[in-house]
Ligand binder design. Structure first.
Ligand code: UDP
Ligand code: MG
Length: 227
């Protein structure tokens, strides 16, 4: 399914891995990399960024390759075609070698500037640190659908699913290892992550608007994820 450049996998073990699924994000990738670099270099931790190129048909693959040439701590896995957001994250988690692994979106809706906060809570002992979206900026109808979804899922599920938390989160090595071993297909990561039952904490973030391009989630895909 994926082609992985072995050279990028070599090197010393990172403390922090940042996994980022990418599907046609040529407009945001360079800014994303700049902002990541600025934050990560401030943090005084060994790090790697694992981009998962989910079958992009624009220049995303080339941009990622150039980023890797400029700094080998930017790594990439590349899919033969588009497999979808959740599959891309799962694959990135598989390749990540850090003791703490962050999953975040590549469209700058998840601000990289939150990384130090996530890591701080992990150092305090939490195994899962997830971002909670305050003041969503999506349109009214979508917000209403999300509200109904979270209400319904709480109604039918015995696993508490933190409201308005997305995939943007940090997971400890232990949680990532478990996820990687979990045979679940059709994954809903934020649900599994909570279902494992490890100590977890939310930190509030204001989710930015998509910085460029359109959401890759069509109504059909959102419904599939909801199911
Ligand atoms: N993405 C992906 N594969 C897909 C759809 C999206 O890897 O098939 C990536 C996308 O590039 C972005 C992240 O997953 O980095 C979240 O996607 P999007 O912003 O479209 O979702 P939304 O924020 O609208 O829920
Ligand atoms: Mg988005």
């Amino acid at each position: 399914m994926s082609e992985y450049d072995a050279r990028t996998a070599a090197g010393e073990e990172a403390i922090l891995s940042v996994v980022i699924p990418i599907y046609n994000e040529e407009e945001t990738l360079s800014v994303l990399a700049e902002r990541l670099l600025a934050v990560l270099e401030e943090m005084d931790e060994s790090w790697e960024v694992v981009f998962v190129n989910d079958g992009s048909t624009d220049a995303s693959g080339d941009i990622i390759r150039r980023l890797h040439q400029g700094d080998p701590r930017f790594k990439s896995v590349s899919f033969s075609r588009n497999f979808g957001h959740q599959v891309a994250i799962s694959c990135g988690l598989d390749f990540a070698c850090g003791q703490a692994v962050v999953a975040m979106d590549g469209d700058l809706q998840d601000p990289p500037e939150v990384l130090p906060d996530l890591l701080r809570r992990w150092r305090e002992g939490y195994e899962v640190v997830y971002a909670v979206r305050i003041r969503r900026k999506e349109n009214f109808i979508l917000r209403a659908c999300y509200a109904i979804f979270y209400w319904f899922i709480q109604l039918i599920s015995r696993t508490p699913l933190p409201r308005d938390s997305g995939d943007f989160s940090l997971m400890s090595r232990r949680v990532v290892d478990l996820l990687n071993q979990t045979p679940e297909r059709g994954r809903y990561l934020r649900g599994l992550r909570s279902w494992f039952g490890f100590s977890q904490v939310g930190i509030p973030i204001e989710r930015e608007q998509r910085s460029a391009g359109k959401s890759k989630y069509s109504l059909r895909r959102l419904l599939k994820l909801a199911f």
